[in-house]
Design a protein. Structure first.
Length: 369
């Protein structure tokens, strides 16, 4: 490899990137857009669950139970009804996610030492929201009943227990999502852009002019990839800064662990990008091929859906998905403070994929003279 030739080619690539009307804006705007908008939109936190209450007791306690549910930040009472069919109509019309039925003589039975049970039903159309809504309602009712019994000088019917949430005490889904979003940035910056850049050389015919020069294929490919590797590291840095300044999220572990994982994943995506570019004759072909990989990467890497929730056969397939290991590293370093030694399996897997895709890219690239 000729270092002088590589330096000249890198200057040429940087000049082309600056003159391109899209790439500079994409490099600056993409990390800001992804890190600011997606954590607010793509969330599994369930709030504002609409609850319809059928109050057959109509006592002071039942009214307090309804008021406490409505005052919760997770629940919103759509109304207190006399008949069940009125509350069920709210569910049918999509205005309620759960129904809480307070039985008759509920307060009287509690006063006499009995343990009356509520009737709770969830709207199965949105299973997650309905199920969690019922659990929120049960917790709200339990707290209200406990306070009321204390005021009446009676013993609590159940023993209280304390729950401690490790690594993410507030259970904020953004703390879980933000570290993994780095994978989206690196897929586009180090995967999509180099692929489109190489294929555009084919379409414009400039790659044919390069083929008749003494420039080796290694210098040519590296000149195409190195600028995007550097940009990928800068984008990860911007993402971490936004996570810190906007959401107050900082890595618990060493930042060097994050940069090491980002470098390895950049090599993985760039190798895949060159391989796809070598197999594509037009930009449209490369976009479709790359898009197919990106869809699989995002759906099966654990970015949005936990891998443990997938069927066993799908979990086995995820071992062949490189973003899986990058996401595991990012979340472990950010939330647990894990080290390279703790995550050596994930780092080894990324290194293996980087070598595999780089060899595939080198073997499929041909300099035609």
């Amino acid at each position: 490899m000729n270092a002088k030739t590589l330096k000249i080619l890198l200057k040429k690539e940087l000049s082309l990137m600056k003159r391109n009307p899209i790439i500079p804006r994409l490099i600056v705007g993409l990390p800001v857009l992804v890190m600011l908008i997606i954590p607010l939109v793509a969330t599994l936190d369930v709030k504002n669950v609409e609850v319809a209450v059928v109050d057959n007791d109509r006592t002071e306690l039942s009214r307090r139970m309804v008021a406490d549910m409505d005052a919760s930040e997770y629940l919103s009472v759509t109304g207190s009804y006399f008949r069940y069919d009125e509350a069920f109509r709210q569910v049918e019309e999509g205005r309620a996610d759960a129904i809480v039925t307070i039985p008759k003589n509920y307060q009287k039975d509690l006063t006499n030492g009995k343990k009356p049970e509520l009737d709770l039903k969830a709207n199965g159309v949105n299973a997650t929201k309905g199920t969690l809504g019922v659990q929120y309602a049960m917790m709200s009712v339990a707290n209200t009943v406990a306070r009321w019994l204390t005021e009446q000088g009676k013993s609590l019917p159940v023993q209280e227990s304390a729950t401690v949430n490790l690594y993410n005490p507030t259970l904020d889904f953004r703390n879980y999502m933000i570290p993994a979003l780095m994978v989206v940035l690196l897929i586009i910056i180090c995967g999509f852009l180099p692929t489109l850049n190489l294929v555009s050389e084919k379409e414009t015919g400039t790659i044919e002019a390069m083929n008749v020069t003494p420039v080796g294929r290694l210098e040519f490919v590296l000149s195409k990839l190195i600028p995007y590797w550097v940009v990928g590291i800068l984008v990860v840095t911007v993402g971490m800064l936004i996570g810190w300044l906007v959401y107050g999220l900082v890595p618990e572990g060493n930042i060097v662990s994050i940069y090491l994982a980002a470098i390895l994943f950049s090599l993985v995506m760039s190798g895949l990008g060159v391989f796809i570019a070598n197999q594509s004759a037009t930009i449209l072909q490369s976009i479709f091929m790359m898009f197919a990989f990106v869809i699989v990467f995002q759906l099966m890497s654990g970015l949005f859906t936990p891998i443990a929730s997938m069927p066993r056969w799908a979990q086995n397939i995820t071992y062949a998905i490189p973003p899986r290991y990058f996401i595991e590293i990012m979340r472990s370093v950010y939330l647990k403070g894990a080290t390279v030694a703790d995550l050596w399996v994930q780092y080894a897997a990324l290194s293996g994929f980087a070598i595999l895709f780089s060899l595939a890219a080198a073997m499929t690239y041909r300099k035609r003279v």
